[in-house]
Structures are given as structure tokens and as C-alpha cells.
Design a protein around this ligand. Structure first.
Ligand SMILES: Nc1ncnc2c1ncn2[C@@H]1O[C@H](COP(=O)(O)OP(=O)(O)OP(=O)(O)O)[C@@H](O)[C@H]1O
Ligand SMILES: [Mg+2]
Length: 348
């Protein structure tokens, strides 16, 4: 894949309303995201200026094997963070734990649990989510997609989308007996579903069975469905796996535009080119632990990270010559600051 195909801002979808594209092709929001973590040290477990997700002592054992053992991790709000690591590193298990699909072995228990101060704890948007189930976590604004897509193949595309909406009329007895309210909400859900399907170029497939979509289209459907609930944070488990190269460019644009609209994105991906080009921050997991984190330019040139990867990914492209230099990133940050100042002046 040529690097210009996945250059930030290359897709015209990234320049949708509300985002400004700077002269370097990076959006203002993208530059601001990078600037927000510019001063953060590249050290595993480092504190971030504005974490949306904070995780402590999250351990998951399967029998005698420890799949996840994360002492402390913070995810900065409003940026794209990539979670990388070799196969079996514990990335998906970690996603399951923080989205309430699985429970840490280190969860606090009334009897026989971990010692005080060593029990698993996670907070999302300032609220404790350590003991919260998946549905509730999603309602709080953290949604995820799956490595193996979970589109329901015997339902149509639009039916799949409706399942992603929160506050569905049928869920609430009080609303379901008030038909006018019910109808209004139904119409809103359909309108929103169609808008998202159009955005992901799936609208002409809305009445097709989800099972008839290609692998890449299923990934897009899953992402679109996750957006039905207006999440504040979206977690994508290998969004590019199995996606046709023709679709990858627009998928990258979509992920960047989510960030540009203010969402926090955490994604797992093996495609190192994608990771380099769209991540504002990279977290590396190996054997369940966070072994490195920092900007892509720092982390992905770290010999320890390359070693951890080469064990499992001899074919992974770790070379890149089109990476944004720190100088360019600084220039962009200055440009954003100037823009903010000018805006302030016009308002004053
Ligand atoms: N339900 C389970 N029961 C037993 N072992 C499990 C279970 N789920 C995961 N594991 C093991 O935990 C480890 C971490 O798996 P996980 O799927 O989280 O890795 P991953 O980093 O997502 O890998 P990949 O990149 O291949 O998707 C692996 O050794 C895996 O075999
Ligand atoms: Mg996985």
C-alpha cells in the first residue's frame, strides 16, 4: 500500500463540516490532539493531562496463564490512541475487561479478594466502571466493535443499525404505551441510521441482509452501528482486518473524522502503516503488560518494541519515511494556537 494513500486528511471525508484542514493536510483538531499530549513523557503508565479512561491493577488470568496485567494506564480524551502488540498479547482481553464484557481476576471481592490498594479499578469519564456490565458501559458512552464482526447476518442492515440506538421505544413501558412518543422516536432512529449509513456508503444496502455484505462492509456497519448511541469514546478491535484495500482509505478518514468531531478513539491494529499515520499516541502491549507508550515516532522506533513485534510479525512493515517530523507537528500546534487567538480577537 502506498503511503500517500493513507496520509492524514487525504480522504475528503476528513474535511467534513466543522473541521478545518491546515496547509499540511492535517486537520486543526488533529493538530490539537497531537499538541494535547506533546509534553507527555513516553513512559508506560504515564499520567495524561485529561484522561477519559483510567485503569489500575487490571489482571485477567485464564487458568494458570496471565493474559492481562496492566498496573496503570490512562487514555487521553479526544485523541486517537492505538493499542498494538503481537498476537496473544492480551489486547482483545483488555478491551473486553474495560468495556464490561469480562471481569478482571483482580476485581474486588467481599471475601478473599486482592489486598486493599491492589484491586482492579477503572474509571470512565470520572465514573467508576470497574463493576459495570457491558450494556451500562455503552450507555455511559463507551462503545466497542469486535475483532470478529458481530453484525447479525439474518437481520437487514438497517435493522442492525436500530439495535445500536439507545432509548429504544420498546425498552420502556411508559414510552411504549404513549404511541405518539414512540412513533417520533422510531422516526428519529431511522433518520439517524440512514444518515450514518450514507456516511459509510452503505445506504443503498440498507434492506440487504447483513450476512450478504463483504467483510469490509461488515466492519463499516459495525462502526456505524456503534455510532448510533452517540458515544464519547469508541474502541475498535482491528477495524482494518479483512478490509479490501479500496475501503481502507475511507475507513481511515472515518476514524480521523470521529476524533475531529471530539470523540476519543482507542483502536487495536496490526497494520503498522495505519497505526503510524493516524495515531496521536501508541500503547504497546506484550504478554499482558503495557511495555511502551508514546507518540508513534518515538514508540515505533524503540528497539524493544521492534523486537517484541518481530517475534510474531516478520512481515510487518516497520519502516516509514513519510512520518510527520516533530518540527512539522510543532508548526501545526502553533498554527492552531494562532487560529484560536485570532478567533478570540474577533469575538472580543
Ligand atoms: N476465553 C479465554 N480462555 C482462555 N484463554 C484465553 C481466552 N481469551 C483469551 N485467551 C488467551 O489470552 C491471551 C491473550 O489473548 P487476546 O485475544 O487478548 O490477544 P490479542 O492481543 O487480542 O491477540 P490478537 O492480536 O491475535 O487478536 C492468549 O494467550 C489467548 O489464548
Ligand atoms: Mg485480539
Amino acid at each position: 500500500m502506498s503511503s500517500d494513500m493513507i496520509a492524514p486528511g487525504a480522504d475528503d471525508d476528513t474535511t467534513r463540516a466543522g473541521t478545518t484542514t491546515l496547509s499540511h493536510g492535517m486537520t486543526a483538531a488533529g493538530a490539537a490532539a497531537k499538541a494535547s499530549v506533546a509534553g507527555v513523557a513516553a513512559v508506560p503508565g504515564v499520567s495524561k493531562p485529561d484522561p477519559i479512561l483510567t485503569v489500575d491493577h487490571v489482571i485477567r488470568r485464564f487458568g494458570g496463564m496471565t493474559a492481562v496485567d496492566v498496573g496503570h494506564l490512562e487514555v487521553q480524551r479526544g485523541i486517537i490512541t492505538a493499542l498494538i502488540g503481537p498476537n496473544g498479547a492480551g489486547k482483545t482481553t483488555f478491551f473486553n475487561l474495560i468495556t464490561g464484557f469480562d471481569k478482571p481476576s483482580s476485581a474486588p471481592r467481599l471475601i478473599g479478594g486482592p489486598k486493599a490498594g491492589e484491586a482492579a479499578k477503572s474509571t470512565f469519564n470520572g465514573r467508576d466502571v470497574g463493576n459495570t456490565g457491558a450494556t451500562k458501559v455503552a450507555k455511559m458512552g463507551m462503545v466497542r466493535t469486535f475483532q470478529l464482526t458481530k453484525a447479525l447476518s439474518k437481520l437487514t442492515v438497517i435493522e442492525n443499525m436500530r439495535l445500536g440506538a439507545k432509548d429504544q421505544p420498546g425498552e420502556n413501558l411508559f414510552v411504549s404505551v404513549l404511541k405518539p412518543l414512540w412513533v417520533k422516536r422510531e422516526l428519529e432512529i431511522t433518520a439517524k441510521a440512514e444518515e450514518l449509513l450514507a456516511r459509510f456508503k452503505l445506504l443503498d444496502k440498507k434492506d440487504d441482509m447483513a450476512g450478504s455484505l463483504s467483510g469490509g462492509q461488515k466492519k463499516l456497519l459495525e462502526m456505524a452501528r456503534a455510532l448510533m448511541s452517540d458515544p464519547v469514546m469508541i474502541m475498535l478491535d482491528e477495524p482494518m482486518a479483512g478490509v479490501n484495500p479500496a475501503l481502507t482509505q475511507s475507513l481511515l478518514g472515518h476514524i480521523q473524522s470521529l476524533r475531529d468531531e471530539g470523540m476519543t478513539v482507542l483502536f487495536v491494529e496490526h497494520d503498522m502503516n495505519m497505526v503510524r499515520h493516524i495515531s496521536d499516541w501508541v500503547v504497546v502491549m506484550a504478554e499482558g503488560k503495557v511495555v511502551a507508550e508514546g507518540p508513534a515516532s518515538t514508540v515505533m522506533n524503540d528497539p524493544a518494541v521492534i523486537d517484541a513485534y518481530l517475534g510474531a510479525h516478520h512481515n510487518t512493515d516497520l519502516g516509514d519515511d513519510s512520518l510527520l517530523t516533530d518540527e512539522v507537528a510543532e508548526e501545526l500546534a502553533a498554527e492552531v494556537q494562532n487560529e484560536a487567538l485570532t478567533e478570540g480577537e474577533t469575538k472580543a
